[in-house]
Design a protein around this ligand. Structure first.
Ligand code: ATP
Ligand code: MG
Length: 402
């Protein structure tokens, strides 16, 4: 019986030796969670792969799955007979469908390749023999086509299993990396900018479930800035099964810094206070590290001296996955993952509030200690923590067709 399904191949998992089962189960849990709001799917775990079928929409499911950390690639496959005659017929049908699709899009697709992967080594034909036999059948039916092994216009991929053959036109690449949940939790300081959403994404692809923390200075900064951060988290929720956003009030802290501390130190002092609030919330959320979107030298607050001054107030390691990237590289990657259009909406971040005319680029520890002696640091941190708003997002927010 012919049926269709999605094959999700997992990445890196094969490298993990005895832990492999643990990683595969994590990917299975994530796939199950991400598909659950989108239809009734039947998921079967195989060797470094999942087979997904059911009544749900497979096109929409493929779209969701190709974004998930831990996914190497996704194929929409037809399960067909592995006997030569029906298999040849199925390959010809796939070629016809591909040519019709190319034609409808006004493209010509004159060259092709057949790729055979013999999962069952007892199959009577060698991979090369089977590929050649199927290729000849395609050429006989379509004399206008030719074989191109290195740069074909389209490919027909065949996997031979003991009971059946799988037939598919492509492997849609996923992000690779590790399934979220394979590593410990982290807390990302998320502004509405371009950098920090990418930083969070990179940690997710290393298996870390990320909790988001944004500082918001109502009423100095409008509600739209907060909405933008919610939009970002709702978007990032497509990459991990559970996304929590914490919004901490920051206006009082900024007013105190404005009124009591040297103007040039403001930005560094803001960021030091953010870390102190983050320390408490990370502990509460069970996070083992903080993440920021800093990139060395990108802005005045990101000189090596200032980064050191900012991060000495963090009790956990501060991960800065973008530290060596240029702005151009960051923009490209943010465009690729899809957060860029949200990030460039022109709503201000609280860091721009009361911005100094001449920001200090080489803040010294003793200067900062003196400045902070004028602040009721613990009380300000406690008040911000007490005012945190919590919102949880899940995979139901995934919009069709991104
Ligand atoms: P981004 O593009 O992430 O906004 P940026 O280039 O604007 O970064 P800064 O404003 O110096 O750089 O911020 C550095 C980092 O501090 C950010 O990447 C983010 O991790 C954190 N941060 C800044 N503002 C906030 C905020 N309002 N809430 C939470 N974290 C923030
Ligand atoms: Mg910013």
């Amino acid at each position: 019986m012919e049926r269709e399904s999605l094959i999700v191949r997992s990445s890196e998992i094969t490298l993990k030796g005895r832990n492999r089962g643990v990683f595969e189960k994590q990917l299975l849990r994530n796939v199950t969670a991400h598909l659950a709001p989108h239809g009734a799917f039947h998921i079967v775990r195989g060797n470094a792969r999942l087979d997904i079928s059911g009544e749900g929409d497979l096109t929409a499911a493929a779209d969701i799955l190709r974004g998930l950390p831990g996914v190497a690639n996704v194929s929409r496959v037809r399960h067909v007979s592995r006997d030569l005659e029906p298999l040849t017929g199925a390959v010809l049908a796939l070629v016809d469908a591909t040519l019709a699709g190319a034609h409808a899009n006004g493209r010509r697709a004159p060259s092709f390749r057949i790729e055979v992967d013999r999962k069952d080594k007892r199959y009577p034909l060698q991979s090369m023999e089977l590929a050649a036999t199927l290729g000849e059948a395609v050429l006989a039916a379509h004399p206008e086509l030719h074989v191109d092994l290195s740069r074909p216009d389209f490919t027909a991929m065949v996997e031979i299993w003991p009971q059946e053959a799988l037939l598919f036109p492509e492997k849609i690449p996923g992000p690779g990396g590790l399934a979220v949940g394979s590593s410990a939790r982290t807390l990302c300081l998320l502004s509405g900018g371009i950098d920090s959403p990418l930083a969070a994404y990179l940690l997710m692809t290393r298996g870390s479930p990320v909790v988001f923390l944004n500082f918001h200075s109502f009423p100095f900064i409008g509600e739209q800035s907060k909405e933008k951060v919610h939009d970002l988290v709702r978007f990032l929720a497509r990459f991990q099964p559970h996304s929590r956003l914490l919004v901490a009030p920051f206006a009082e802290i900024q007013q105190h810094i404005r009124d009591k501390c040297p103007e040039g130190l403001r930005t560094v002092l803001y960021r030091r206070m953010m870390n102190r609030v983050a320390n408490v919330l990370a502990e509460r959320e069970g996070a083992l590290a903080l993440i920021t979107g800093e990139s060395l030298g990108q802005v005045a607050s990101q000189t090596m001296e200032n980064l050191r001054a900012i991060h000495e107030t963090a009790t956990l390691p501060v991960l800065q996955p973008l530290i060596g990237l240029s702005k151009q590289e960051i923009v490209q990657r943010a465009q690729h993952i899809g957060t860029f259009p949200i990030s460039i909406q022109p709503h201000p971040d609280c860091c721009t509030l009361f911005q100094p005319r001449f920001p200090e680029t080489h803040a010294k520890p003793e200067q900062l200690a003196r400045a902070e002696a004028a602040l009721a640091v613990d009380a300000l941190v406690a008040a911000s923590v007490a005012g945190v708003e919590v919102t949880d997002y899940g995979p139901q927010y995934y919009p069709a067709g991104w």
